[in-house]
Design a protein around this ligand. Structure first.
Ligand SMILES: [Fe+2]
Length: 386
C-alpha cells in the first residue's frame, strides 16, 4: 500500500491552510505504511551490507565527523570502523536514499505530486541516547517518519520566521533558546516541522531509525523573483541605465521607484500563469521515470483493445500544451509531440481520474487515433495497463 492509499494526504487542503508554515504537528500512527516500505533492518542492510560510499553515507555526532575515520581511500565505507563509531554513540545518515532505493523514490514522488514541489529523503540511524545533530533549524520543511525506536524532539526558542534558501543555520549566529515544546515520536508516527523552527532530536533507550522527507514549497518570493527575471528579459526599459547621482539625489531615487512601480503594476494574470507554468515545467522535466514494470508493459502494448483498462501513471508528473500546430506532452525530460488534432483526445485522457477504458473515453470524444496515442504514451512510460 502506498502512503496516498493509506489516506495520509486526504486532509491536504486543511494542512496547507492551517498547519503549513505555522506549527509543528505530531501525527501519531499515520506513517505505519512507511515502516513496510523501509524497515529498520532494511536501513541496517544499506549501512552495513550494500557497499555504501561517502558522501551517500555520512557519520555524524552532533555534526559531521571526518570521513577519513570510516572510509577507505576509494570512498568505500569501512564497516568495521563504522560499527565501532556507532557503538561509541555516533549516528549515520544516508543522504538522498530515494536516488538509490525505488520504494523510497516512490514515497518522495507522492509528496512531489501532491504538493507540486521538489522533495527529497534522508534516512537517519542513531544508537541509544544519540543526537545526530546539534540544535538547529532547517530552511525547508520536513516530515519525519519514525521507522524504529523512539526519538524525543525538542522545539526551542530562537526560531527564524519562514527562512528562504539563502538563510542557513549558523551556530555562531543562531542561538537555541529555552525549551518550548517536546514530542515523543515512535515507530509509525509522523512529525511535521516547519522551516525555521529551532529543534533538537535525541534517541531514547534503543536504536532509532527515521526518514526525513524534506519539501521545498514554491513561495511568493520564488514567484516574484521569477517574474522580475521575466520582466527584465521582456522590457528593455528595465534594462536601461539609471541616471547618475542615484546615491544622493532623492529626485533620482523617486524616478527609479516610479519606473519600477510602472512595470510591476502592469503585471498581468497571463504573465503570472506563464511564470507558474515554467516552474511546473521545470519540476516535470527534472523528475526521473519511476516505472519498474515498463518492460512487462511494453510486451502487452500490441494487445490493447477498447476494453483494456489503463491509467496515467500516478507517479508521473506531466504537462500538456498545444503550440506550433503540435500537441505536446512534457514528461521525464522529454517532449512527446503529436499532431495538433490529437490535443482534445490527450486532454480527455489526462482529465480522466484513475483507471479508465478506451470505450469510456470514446463516449466523451470520437477519435480514430486512440490506439496509436495510448501505445505511444505507454512506450514513453506515461500510461500503464492495469
Ligand atoms: Fe533538522
Amino acid at each position: 500500500m502506498s502512503l496516498s492509499e493509506s489516506g495520509f494526504f486526504s486532509d491536504v487542503e486543511y494542512f496547507c491552510q492551517s498547519v503549513r508554515d505555522k506549527k509543528t504537528r505530531l501525527m501519531p500512527g499515520v506513517g505505519r505504511v512507511v515502516c513496510d516500505i523501509l524497515s529498520g533492518d532494511d536501513v541496517r542492510q544499506f549501512v552495513f551490507e550494500s557497499g555504501a560510499r561517502y558522501p551517500d553515507l555520512q557519520v555524524i555526532l552532533e555534526g559531521p565527523v571526518d570521513h577519513g575515520d570510516y572510509t577507505f581511500p576509494s570512498g568505500l565505507v569501512d564497516v568495521v570502523a563504522l560499527a565501532q563509531l556507532i557503538h561509541d554513540g555516533h549516528s549515520v545518515v544516508l543522504h538522498q536514499l530515494h536516488n538509490r532505493f525505488g520504494p523510497l523514490a516512490s514515497l518522495v514522488r507522492e509528496f512531489e505530486a501532491t504538493f507540486e514541489c521538489r522533495a527529497q529523503a534522508n534516512v537517519y540511524f542513531s544508537p541509544p541516547n544519540a543526537a545526530a545533530l546539534p540544535p538547529h533549524f532547517d530552511n525547508h520543511d520536513v516530515f519525519v517518519f519514525q521507522l524504529e525506536g523512539t526519538k524525543t524532539w525538542q522545539m526551542m526558542k530562537g526560531s527564524i520566521e519562514l527562512p528562504g534558501p539563502e538563510t542557513t543555520f549558523l551556530p555562531q549566529q543562531h542561538e537555541p533558546g529555552e525549551l518550548e515544546e517536546s514530542f515523543q515520536v515512535s515507530a509509525g508516527d509522523v512529525l511535521y516541522v516547519p522551516r525555521g523552527i529551532m529543534h533538537h532530536a535525541v534517541a531514547s533507550e534503543s536504536d532509532a531509525v527515521h526518514i526525513t522527507i524534506g519539501v521545498f514549497w514554491t513561495t511568493y518570493a520564488d514567484v516574484a523573483v521569477d517574474l522580475l527575471k521575466h520582466l527584465v528579459g521582456r522590457q528593455a526599459e528595465l534594462r536601461a541605465s539609471i541616471p547618475r547621482d542615484w546615491r544622493t539625489s532623492t529626485a533620482i531615487q523617486q524616478q527609479v521607484l516610479a519606473e519600477i512601480h510602472k512595470h510591476v503594476d502592469a503585471i498581468s494574470l497571463e504573465e503570472i500563469r506563464l511564470v507558474l507554468t515554467e516552474r511546473w515545467l521545470d519540476l516535470v522535466m527534472t523528475r526521473r521515470p519511476l516505472i519498474s514494470d515498463q518492460l512487462e508493459q511494453l510486451r502487452q502494448r500490441d494487445e490493447i483493445k477498447p476494453s483494456t483498462q489503463f491509467r496515467v501513471r500516478p507517479l508521473a508528473l506531466w504537462h500538456q500544451s498545444v503550440h506550433d500546430d503540435q500537441a505536446v506532452v512534457y514528461c521525464y525530460g522529454r517532449e512527446i509531440a503529436f499532431p495538433s488534432h490529437i490535443g482534445p483526445l490527450l486532454e480527455t485522457l489526462f482529465r480522466a481520474d484513475g483507471i479508465v477504458t478506451i470505450s469510456a473515453l470514446l463516449k466523451e470524444i470520437e477519435s480514430p487515433d486512440w490506439k496509436v496515442v495510448v501505445q505511444r504514451l505507454l512506450a514513453e512510460g506515461l500510461v500503464e495497463l492495469v
